[in-house]
Design a protein around this ligand. Structure first.
Ligand SMILES: [Zn+2]
Length: 204
């Protein structure tokens, strides 16, 4: 690997790395199911010199459905599984508030991205956020990051100014392709000017 600072990619958790629990939350490790190719994607990011930062809303803690200790147990376990698969999740940020708490960290607010940027010093306009929800897209835009949307039905959708992929692996390929050019890093336009680097969803 050439000597250059690590690059960071921001990832939502539920619906991007692991399967969402319909109408609920992941409150036991047994409910944490990696999505297809997610572990491959995390290994690919690591192989390309990326460090992954997870940015996730977990209001289940405020709702008393899961303790902080319980959330930490699930998190340690999933980070271990990722590491065993060759991936590199550097840190996980959670907002544990309720929507009505009106905190600055719960997505669509960009507070957790700002915190991560302070911790790791990445440049927002050179950093991608991979998410599966409108809140993810809004948080990324507010922070000045690029966004990639993961949708299982991506091939059905048409977006003019948004990159849509079917799973995290496709998202990883897209991020890496947009940021690398053989050697060195391309300057990519800001999220506010996404139309100039739109990729169409793949046809499966
Ligand atoms: Zn919060």
């Amino acid at each position: 690997m050439p000597n250059r600072p690590p690059h960071y990619v921001l990832l939502d958790r539920d619906g991007v790395i692991n399967r969402r629990v319909l109408g609920g939350y992941v409150t036991h490790w047994e409910q944490f199911e990696f999505l297809p190719r997610a572990l491959d994607a995390l290994r690919l990011f690591a192989e390309k010199g990326y460090e992954c930062l997870v940015i996730s809303n977990q209001a289940c803690v405020a709702r008393k459905l899961l303790s902080v200790a319980g959330l930490e147990t699930i998190t340690r376990r999933f980070m271990l599984e990722v590491a065993l698969a060759g991936g590199n999740i550097r840190q996980v940020y959670y907002c544990m508030h309720l929507p009505e708490d009106l905190c600055s960290c719960r997505k669509p607010q960009p507070g957790m991205i700002h915190r991560a940027r302070l911790d790791y010093g990445f440049v927002a306009s050179e950093t991608f956020f991979v998410g599966d929800s409108l809140e993810d897209l809004q948080a990324a835009a507010s922070a000045g990051c690029h966004a990639v949307l993961v949708r299982r039905d991506a091939f059905l959708e048409k977006h003019n100014a948004l990159t849509v992929t079917s799973n995290l692996y496709e998202a990883a390929e897209t991020v890496i392709a947009q940021q690398t050019a053989g050697h060195g890093w391309l300057q990519v336009p800001s999220a506010m000017d996404a139309s100039s680097h739109t990729l169409r969803a793949r046809q499966n």
